[in-house]
Write a protein that binds this ligand. Structure first.
Ligand code: CTP
Ligand code: CA
Length: 224
């Protein structure tokens, strides 16, 4: 079906979205994190809900706000928390869009007391976090699974490799080479690659407009 009405609706669909950074504790007062604002994921959540979807928005620490009767916000802190929450909802959803900037590493041991300074240098050993997106790619059934790729070099090749390695239906390549695209900005420049490796380039636009492009592309693929 490709008529206008079906093209513009997500009514009756459930959508899981991850957003924001994760914080990995070093000790009771410190963490390893990143500059992700969460804005891209929140905009996608708003757009999906505006089209009638019930949205489960799993967010790391973010100052973004959302107030929509169809959006259930689940706040998490660490990559492990986000992994658990994503797996809790994944079975029930039709679409999962993983836009979070999940920390790739966490301190191997979390100090139970605040680490005191000394004159010596300090080394913190890191261990990998679980890859949430890859884990969902392994267990997916009918779900349409969408990932992001944040790249600074060999963008297209790296994004394609992620799409295939993580068993995705679509990947959104986030171009950091463009000024005005990325973490701290309100704009983004994306390329969408589908699982047949067809790609579509989009202009630099507001994250609100980028969210519309992403959701529209997903609906087109679902209807195809
Ligand atoms: N992702 C995830 N869980 C992680 C790491 C990443 O779910 N522990 C997801 C992100 O939300 C994104 C996709 O995987 O949708 C790609 O994230 P990215 O950081 O670009 O790629 P990585 O696979 O982590 O590889 P690298 O950082 O080395 O490029
Ligand atoms: Ca990463």
């Amino acid at each position: 079906e490709n008529d206008i009405l079906s093209t513009l609706s997500l009514r009756g669909k459930k959508v899981l979205i991850t957003a924001g950074p994760t914080y990995e504790a070093i000790d009771p007062v410190r963490f390893i994190g990143n500059h992700s604002s969460g804005k891209m994921g929140f905009e996608i959540a708003k757009e999906a809900a505006n089209l009638g979807a019930e949205v489960f928005l799993i967010s790391g620490p973010s100052n973004e706000k959302i107030n929509h009767s169809l959006v259930h916000r689940i706040d998490v802190i660490s990559a492990e928390d986000m992994y658990q929450a994503a797996h809790k909802y994944f079975d029930t959803v039709d679409i999962a869009i993983l836009s979070a900037a999940v920390a790739d590493y966490k301190p191997k041991n979390v100090a139970t007391q605040k680490i005191k300074k000394t004159d010596a240098s300090l080394t913190i050993e890191l261990a990998p976090t679980k890859d949430i997106l890859a884990s969902l790619g392994k267990i997916k059934n009918q779900q349409f699974l969408v990932g992001f790729a944040l790249e600074t070099e060999n963008e297209f090749e790296n994004a394609k490799a992620k799409l295939q390695r993580k068993n995705l239906d679509m990947i959104v390549l986030n171009s950091l080479q463009d000024k005005g695209a990325g973490f701290a900005t309100n704009t983004n420049k994306i390329t969408i690659i589908d699982k047949n490796l067809n790609s579509t380039d989009f202009d630099l636009k507001s994250k609100t407009a980028v969210a519309k492009d992403i959701i529209t592309k997903i609906i087109q693929k679902l209807d195809a």
